[in-house]
Write a protein that binds this ligand. Structure first.
Ligand code: GRF
Length: 223
């Protein structure tokens, strides 16, 4: 099996990047993390990557602006085949996104198409939803709008704050991102119109996580 070479783009903490690195340690995993690129030289994720002996590169957006060429050089020099955006806070140019269409994933901490953009957790709380979650999708020029590869749901409690909800969602992010990358690297993600079909699985099987709480929902019809 030739493992697909993956570049992970981060801006900060890098916990999702680390979940991909951990998954790729398994011998049967179809992808290898070849490079971690940060636009922020202070990103704690860079140290996390180095601790796993993953090559890192910093492309400081303050000196490069939206320099597509600098990103391309970094990624091409390591023969990257797939890109994972993992808490990457810079907008990419449409030309770059189009060049990588179908080969670039992003993770968003909400059940898209609900709550795209910044502060997804705050948006979910404000809307009063009872379930939120995380989405891994293919990246298209419109932010947080690409075809969905995998989603995971978590319950939203009355006492949740943006922080507690973020922590609960982050846990499932660390499961679905490695899962979605596996599906893409195995060539099992088939784009039909704007929908991703997962080859070799039943309806949404393997790409959907339902929280235990939802499986044994309390009977609220009784006094
Ligand atoms: C995650 O919640 C991800 O969904 C969002 O940014 C956050 C990044 O966290 N896009 P980390 O840097 O992966 O820890």
């Amino acid at each position: 099996m030739t493992r697909k070479r993956v570049g992970v783009l981060i801006s900060s903490r890098g916990s999702n990047m680390e979940s991909l690195v951990e998954a790729a340690k398994e011998r049967s995993y179809p992808a290898a993390i070849a490079l971690v690129v940060s636009n922020n030289p202070q990103a704690p994720g860079l140290a996390r990557a180095k601790a796993h002996a993953i090559p890192t590169a910093v492309i400081d957006h303050r000196s490069h602006g939206k320099d597509r060429a600098a990103f391309e050089r970094a990624l091409e020099s390591d023969r990257v085949e797939l890109i994972c955006l993992a808490g990457f806070m810079r907008l990419l140019t449409p030309a770059f996104v189009l060049q990588w269409q179908g080969r670039m994933l992003n993770i968003h901490p909400a059940l898209l198409p609900s709550f795209p953009g910044l502060d997804a957790h705050g948006q979910a709380l404000k809307a009063g939803v009872k379930i939120s979650g995380a989405t891994v999708h293919l990246v298209t020029p419109e932010a947080d709008a690409g075809p969905i590869v995998a989603q995971a749901a978590v319950p939203v409690g009355d006492d949740d704050t943006a922080e507690t909800l973020a922590a609960r969602i982050l846990e499932v992010e660390h499961h679905i991102y490695p899962l979605a990358l596996r599906l893409l690297a195995e060539g099992r993600v088939k784009l039909i119109g704007n929908r991703c079909h997962i080859a070799g699985s039943g309806p949404a099987a393997g790409a959907l996580i339902v929280p235990a709480e939802a499986r044994r929902a309390p009977d609220v019809t009784k006094e």
